[in-house]
Write a protein that binds this ligand. Structure first.
Ligand code: PEP
Length: 237
């Protein structure tokens, strides 16, 4: 399983370093075998000791150049960062990234061999329009994306579930993941208001290969508990 934390615009460089130290000590002590990823804010990227895959929440499809406010490959290479989140709902709906821009970013970082956690998810009005509308919407978010890329991970994150405390029913998660798995044969994470209280039941669902957690992972102790859930489920405990 893959257990991933997206800090968004939270925690500082100092707090991230403290977080990583606690996390790595935990992974070592418990002998965790599951994959763990952390996406800190760009100012906190670094080479951390340990086995966590540290990725960037965003980057521009360029090596360097005149792209004020953006990061390029050159800045990521400095920290050995080779993992990226692309298509997150906040990039799509708050920053207004189009599918075309997202696909361009995907192609660039695929070409550079990055692990890409590619996020898709529907807004509430689409969810309310029924399953066909929902799958059509998700399909459009796959446009221009190489679904055979070997370092691709998909994260299904309903927009209406992100940061709201709402989640689809377990049955709905299972249903949508089953349909997505038929379309894309890649690891499939669920994201959207995953917390310590619901992580285990979500991780236990068929076709859920892991979780992408935002606010629920900001306290390292909570993130560790979710990792332990994944580990024990994996061992069949
Ligand atoms: C996310 O940022 O990907 C996310 C799922 O956020 P939250 O867990 O806070 O809903």
């Amino acid at each position: 399983m893959i257990i991933a934390a997206n800090f968004k615009t939270n925690l500082t460089r100092q707090k991230t370093a403290e977080y990583m130290a606690v996390l790595e000590a935990f992974l070592e002590k418990e002998g965790v075998t599951q994959e763990v990823m952390v996406f800190p804010p760009a100012t906190a990227l670094d080479r951390f000791d340990g086995r966590t895959q540290v990725g960037t929440q965003n980057a521009y499809p360029t090596r360097n150049g005149a792209f004020t406010g953006e990061l390029g490959l050159e800045q990521l290479e400095e920290f050995g960062t080779d993992t990226i989140l692309i298509g997150h709902s906040e990039r799509r709906h708050v920053m207004g990234e189009s599918q075309e821009e997202i696909a361009r970013k995907f192609s660039f970082y695929k070409e550079k061999g990055f692990t890409i956690v590619y996020c898709i998810g529907e807004p509430l009005e689409v969810r309310e329009a029924g399953n066909d509308a929902l799958m059509d919407y998700l399909e459009a978010q796959l446009e221009g994306i190489d679904l055979h890329y070997k370092k691709l991970v998909i994260a299904y994150e309903p927009v209406w579930a992100i940061g709201t405390g709402l989640t689809p029913s377990l049955g709905d998660i299972e249903l949508i993941h089953a349909a997505l798995k038929q379309r894309v044969a890649k690891p499939l994470l669920y994201g959207g208001s995953v917390k310590v209280d619901n992580a285990r039941e979500i991780l236990a669902l068929q076709h859920v290969d892991g979780i992408l957690v935002g606010s629920g992972a900001l306290a390292v102790e909570d993130f560790c508990r979710m990792i332990r859930d994944a580990e024990t489920l994996h061992k069949g405990e």
